[in-house]
Design a binder for this molecule. Structure first.
Ligand SMILES: [Zn+2]
Length: 457
């Protein structure tokens, strides 16, 4: 064992990091140093990934399910994958919901008239054409809503819950409108699920509960939420008018985009990588999630370019309708149910393509030890961390049914300042960081797909 990765092992011993104990010994992994270097060099010597993302986002802009922009982006991706020389390039049909925002606005009517910055929440119902005008009730938590339950009827409720991290806060946006509606609220506003920024409203999906009336929901910037909180604390009687044309139209046809490099020895065993090609209907969907699509697709392009064909098949999937339906994820699971048992790993990038630090991973202990060993090949670009949990909204339905290990690209960057806003544009992404993200995904994907033994065995 001392022959391979001596520096890394010495550091690991000093740091008390457990050593890999599986069949994928460091001796095995030492063979991957050369191809890993080639992949890293090819990814980082050029800003191809960033240029491709810029072409996608400059050309098509935002790509909400049901929009012609998304369908244009799907056709573009098929053409580009074909041009890259990927194999079995195809689309798989998915029927997706079509939610249309329409015109929308919010204003304070009393104590003095002024506009609120706002963005309706995805999947929201609209208001009557004249809007909904009602007194505002501000609460800081679901618990405070319950203590004030008898004051909710006929009001617009503002959930002013500060952002901690996304997992802990997005439920306010998703569930807040139904929680308020159960007590008789006529509409709901939510403080944007984001850190304080530059007065940007952040959209995102709400999820109506079956046992509550459907009331309109909208997000306001943290600044506007704080101002309304201050006014309420001073005892002001605040009246707000909310006007939204939001509605659903009939489902439309969309598709997941798929490309492959067929494995040279075990073509039936599959490593899936990807991101979601749809986005919210504001901004350009660059960080969420055009970047994730491009950096995972890069793994296949780079392998093809370098003549590296792994033992197993590598498949890139650009899912449709992650943001407001997950229909692409569910369609993939159902269409590929018979081969899910032969999925070796699924990797999604949906947290931005900023400076990569490694991967989150969910899987067996032996599989974890192997991916920790592989990650050492990424120490030179600082992407060697393996976190306790990996996954992604588009891969989790398949992971669950197929008991498949899951992985997520982990990065350090300003994702939640721009998430689901008009500011999600390609200029927020550093081309070198994006190239390093592509390198990290390419190395991890190549080695897992090429190991003599299946991951975890
Ligand atoms: Zn996303």
């Amino acid at each position: 064992m001392t022959r391979a990765l001596p520096g890394a092992l010495a550091l690991a011993l000093l740091a008390g990091v457990p050593l890999p104990l599986t069949a994928q010994s460091p001796d095995t992994l030492d063979e991957y140093r050369a191809p890993a270097e080639r992949l890293i060099d090819a990814a980082t010597s050029d800003h191809f990934a960033w240029r491709r993302l810029a072409e996608l986002t400059d050309t098509f802009g935002h790509r909400l399910s049901g929009s012609p922009q998304l369908e244009g982006a799907i056709r573009w991706a098929v053409a580009e994958m074909t041009r890259d020389g990927l194999e079995n390039v195809r689309t798989e049909k998915v029927m997706v919901p079509k939610w249309v925002r329409g015109r929308e606005s919010a204003e304070i009517v009393s104590p003095a008239r002024r506009d609120l910055v706002m963005l309706g929440l995805g999947n929201s119902v609209g208001t009557p054409p004249e809007g909904i005008e009602a007194e505002l009730l501000v609460v800081r938590s679901f618990a405070e809503l319950e203590t004030k339950a008898e004051h909710v009827r006929g009001r617009i409720v503002l959930f002013n819950v500060p952002f901690t991290h996304y997992g802990a806060t997005y439920g306010i946006r998703a569930d807040g409108p139904s929680r308020a509606a159960r007590h008789g609220a006529v509409a709901a506003l939510v403080r944007s699920v984001a850190p304080p920024g530059l007065r940007l409203p952040h959209t995102g999906a709400l999820v109506y509960a079956e046992d509550a009336p459907q009331i309109p929901g909208a997000a306001i910037p943290t600044e506007d939420a704080d101002r309304l909180q201050r006014m309420a604390n001073r005892g002001s009687r605040i009246v707000v008018r909310l006007t939204m044309e939001a509605h659903f139209e009939a489902d439309v046809e969309s598709a997941n985009v798929i490309g492959e490099l067929v494995g040279r020895e075990k073509p039936d065993e599959i490593v899936v990588v990807g991101g979601h090609l749809d986005s919210w209907d504001v901004g350009d969907g660059a960080s969420d999630d055009g970047g994730g699509c491009v950096v995972t697709w890069e793994a296949l392009r780079l392998m093809k370019k370098l003549g590296l064909r792994p033992r197993r098949t590598v498949r890139v999937v650009l899912w449709t309708n992650e943001e407001n339906g997950l229909r692409g994820a569910l369609a993939y699971r159902d269409a590929h149910r018979a081969e899910l048992a032969r999925h070796v790993l699924m990797l999604e990038s949906d947290g931005g393509v900023f400076r990569p630090v490694g991967f989150g991973f969910t899987g067996s202990a032996p599989a974890r030890q192997t991916v920790q060993s592989i990650a050492r090949l990424l120490r030179g670009i600082g992407a060697d961390w393996i976190g306790p949990v990996g996954g992604g909204a588009d891969i989790e339905p398949s992971m669950e049914v197929g008991n498949i290990p899951g992985m997520s690209l982990e990065v350090r960057g300003d994702y939640f300042h721009i998430h689901h806003t008009i500011a999600d544009t390609v200029d927020k992404i550093d081309p070198a960081d994006m190239a390093a993200s592509a390198a990290a995904v390419a190395v991890m994907t190549y080695v897992v797909a090429d190991l003599p033994q299946r991951l975890g065995e």
